[in-house]
Design a protein around this ligand. Structure first.
Ligand SMILES: [Mg+2]
Length: 258
């Protein structure tokens, strides 16, 4: 392996789609291990804790534990450094904040953290967040994706709601998930691999490919998950590799780097 010494794998749309593992994904993970290529899983999922993401992957047959999973809450916890936080999220992502000892409040927060809250994006919850930001709280976006691929079609992600809060308050959110360089750097530092020797594999042309390129990494776009050819064709970003699915990653790495 001349140039690539570590791999970052997006999870949703790369390792599984909807409720199904991507065919060949488990074999690719095994191949990385067999070839001594370290990898970390970097997800923009903001509704699950690291442990819960790992358990979901294990349910699809992946041999991946929580220590290999990097999610935006991890980056947020790093960023907010113990300040009083209002969480506009859903699911057990709360566990990550509680385990890190972040004081979680419903009023008077210093920071409003916005993830994909799904049906939790009620008028009341958005307005509560809006008022706290007007009173001085900062906005931290766990991600600012436009949409993701659900079981029955595309779903609004956190981005449109973060943008609504920005629009209403005139403030700008700090995005801590992909595509922020700081997020990729956390996972790269954990592997001890510099960005120029790392490959990011994802299905989102903007957050995965654009973000990783801005961080100095090589990139591979998979044609699974939310991939759409017209989105690629009209995007300002161009991946170093376009592969049918994560199953083709070993072949792409062998052909180019080994
Ligand atoms: Mg994805």
């Amino acid at each position: 392996m001349k140039e690539i010494r570590g791999v970052l794998l997006d999870i949703d749309g790369v390792l599984y789609v909807g409720r199904k593992a991507v065919e060949g994904g488990r074999e690719t993970v095994a191949w990385l291990r067999d070839n001594g290529i370290p990898f970390r899983c970097v997800s923009n999922t903001t509704s699950r804790s690291r442990q819960s993401i790992a358990e979901k992957l294990q349910g699809y047959g992946y041999d991946i534990d929580a220590g290999l999973v990097f999610n935006p809450p991890l980056a947020a916890i790093h960023h907010i450094a113990g300040k009083k936080t209002f969480l506009l999220t859903r699911g057990n992502v709360r566990d990550d904040f509680e385990e890190a000892g972040i004081p979680l409040v419903e009023d008077g927060a210093d920071v409003v953290v916005v993830g994909d809250a799904g049906d939790g994006f009620s008028y009341a919850a958005m307005n509560r967040a809006f008022r706290m930001v007007l009173d001085g709280a900062g906005i931290v976006a766990l991600e600012k994706d436009r949409y993701w691929m659900g079981d029955d079609g595309l779903m609004l992600s956190a981005g449109p709601f973060v943008t609504a809060l920005e629009y209403a308050t005139g403030k700008t959110a700090t995005v801590v998930g992909k595509p922020s360089t700081a997020f990729f750097s956390l996972a790269l530092a954990d592997m001890g691999v510099p960005p120029e020797q790392a490959l990011m594999v994802g299905d989102d042309i903007r957050t995965d490919i654009g973000g990783a390129q801005a961080a100095g990494m090589k990139t591979a776009l998979v044609m699974t998950g939310k991939f759409r050819k017209d989105t690629l064709d009209t995007s300002p970003y161009s991946p170093d590799h376009l592969i049918t699915s994560v199953a083709d990653l070993p072949a792409a790495l062998r052909a180019t780097y080994i």
